[in-house]
Write a protein that binds this ligand. Structure first.
Ligand code: ME8
Length: 516
């Protein structure tokens, strides 16, 4: 059954205080695969990404570089936009928090929270991490031997005292806990859900939601000496882009609430505690799910500028090719867990799963068809048990991948697809169509038909993960353009005997490391 309902999915919006790194690329690739999967599965998708341009971190970086925060934001936001193009991301919009539409939405959400009695003026005195743009309780910080105090994410904190507005977060503790209990899927994966629940149970303090010691932010309505705390502004981006608050009759308003926010594990607190509390206060519907992916580690080590192992996604894509890189990260890393990568790991995956796997299966079977079946998809004769079992395995993939993608288990969806490729390899070797050429050409045709049909469905299913390669494979089996979405999976879209095929060109070349 086709589900045509709307599906709104977002990435976090990145700080453009520097160029994008591989962690940003990873999040965008994964979210893109999920968006593309739902689109091909018939849903009405809206996919949003963008940049988070205000706050103290942006202001400080700009000062260090001797430029204005706006110049810094303009320069680096463009890098993020370019990265989205490089990665072939299918985002429907790219939001920048310095846009006019966003100022309006932020003012509106603030007014609603204030009207609900949840905003009051006070004074903040406590620890703040500029790198995380986060307030921490003293007991979440530690003084290290270097004489610097650090927050729970390992970033330095500084003492801040200033006049600020507060949001009555403490009043939402019970409502939040009830929401987590009533909606067990609200936070994923389970480790993050447990972490959030214990944080909320440990007691919520009211949250400082404005700053007065700098001005790079969105002014608080009716009190322009204050700018909104950057996370109030940042989280609101998800609503801004739909127009739900500012253009409720507009074409995108229907997308709110989001089905899912995809973020990294370091920002779960903002998305699963502060954000639902703001929305409850403003009387707005809550997103369906917040899913936190893990961190990418370079050869097992945390990436950091000081270690000099911050990998530029542009270099990686230029070196290995886009689709192999997309495939590697999506298949190699268990989505939701940390993942390690290295050049050797990437090369091994590409060669085993892509070049020797699907690439080889397609080229062997299709070139045999071109040579021995008059260049046309052969007739499918009587099916043997082995043929039926092979077709049943590939026909089952739609349901399996839908289930896995519905739980953000991207790596498992891909593993299931690749397992069918391996099964098809065994099937092909076992049936040995080359030996049937002289003895039983009708049977040879059937084996080649079944194998090509497996290639067709694998190609359709690979499109969310490797859009261009999936398309190339579909060209090789001459799949009609209107038969490339998931409605064409299974029996509905079976290859048509007699369709002319061209000699296959390689889709996944073997990766050979350049000589040192
Ligand atoms: O947090 N591996 O922006 P950001 C995987 N502006 N993911 C990583 C990563 C790594 N090594 N490093 C960062 C912000 N990320 C805020 C978000 S949302 C309303 C505001 C992920 O540029 C990180 O977890 O620091 C986050 O989801 C995204 O990249 C942007 O990080």
């Amino acid at each position: 059954m086709t589900d045509t309902s709307r599906f709104y999915i977002t990435t976090a919006i990145s700080y453009p205080n520097g160029k994008p790194h591989i962690g940003h690329a990873y999040e965008l690739i994964a979210t893109d695969a999920m968006a593309r999967y739902q689109r091909l599965d018939g849903r009405d998708v809206f996919f949003l990404t963008g940049t988070d341009e205000h706050g103290q971190k942006m202001q400080q970086t700009a000062r260090k570089e001797g430029i204005s925060p706006r110049e810094l934001a303009d320069r680096n936001s463009k890098e993020f936009k370019d990265m989205a193009v490089l990665l072939n991301a299918s985002n429907d919009d790219f939001i920048r928090t310095t846009e006019e539409r966003h100022y309006e939405a932020c003012a509106e959400i603030w007014r609603r929270m204030a009207a609900n009695g949840d905003i009051y003026k006070g004074g903040y005195a406590g620890w703040y991490s500029v790198r995380d743009e986060a307030y921490y309780q003293e007991n979440e910080t530690e003084m290290r031997d270097d004489g610097v105090r650090y927050g729970p994410q390992g970033t330095p904190v500084e003492w801040v005292e200033e006049e600020s507005y507060f949001f009555r977060l403490s009043a939402y503790q019970d409502r939040l806990l009830k929401h987590y209990e009533d909606n067990p899927d609200f936070i994923g994966p389970a480790e993050r859900r447990n972490e959030v629940i214990s944080f909320v149970k440990s007691g919520l303090k009211d949250l400082s939601v404005s700053r007065t010691t700098f001005d790079w932010g969105i002014p608080v309505p009716d009190d322009p000496d204050h700018v909104m705390y950057v996370w109030v502004d940042a989280l609101t981006n998800y609503i801004t882009a739909t127009g739900y608050l500012t253009d409720p009759e507009g074409p995108r308003a229907k997308y709110w609430p989001a089905n899912i926010h995809i973020i990294g594990k370091d920002i779960i607190r903002f998305h699963a505690v502060y954000w639902p509390a703001f929305l409850m206060s403003a009387g707005l519907p809550l997103p369906g799910r917040v899913f936190a992916h893990g961190f990418l580690l370079n050869k097992g080590e945390k990436m950091s500028k000081s270690l000099g192992n911050v990998v530029d996604p542009v270099n990686l894509v230029n070196h290995f090719g886009l689709d192999p890189i997309r495939y590697f990260f999506l298949r190699e890393v268990s989505f939701g867990q940390d993942g390690s990568y290295s050049e050797e790991g990437i090369a091994t995956r590409i060669n085993s799963d892509l070049a020797n796997g699907i690439g080889n299966l397609a080229s062997r079977s299709l070139s045999m068809i071109v040579k021995n079946c008059d260049g046309k998809v052969p007739e499918c004769g009587d099916l043997s048990d082995a043929d039926r079992a092979m077709l049943a395995s590939v026909d089952a993939l739609h349901a399996i991948t839908r289930e896995e993608m519905g739980r953000q288990q991207i790596h498992k969806a891909l593993a299931a697809i690749i397992a069918v490729v391996s099964e098809a390899d065994r099937y092909f070797a076992g049936e040995a169509p080359w030996a049937l050429k002289k003895t039983d050409p009708v049977r040879m045709g059937t084996v080649l038909y079944v194998t090509a049909e497996v290639v067709r469905q694998i190609a359709i299913l690979l499109q969310p993960f490797m859009p261009k390669s999936g398309r190339k494979l579909l060209d090789l089996v001459a799949a009609p353009v209107e038969k490339r979405d998931f409605a064409a999976l299974g029996e509905a879209g079976r290859l048509v005997s007699g369709t002319p095929l061209e000699a296959p060109t390689p889709v996944f070349p073997r990766y050979v490391a350049p000589e040192a």
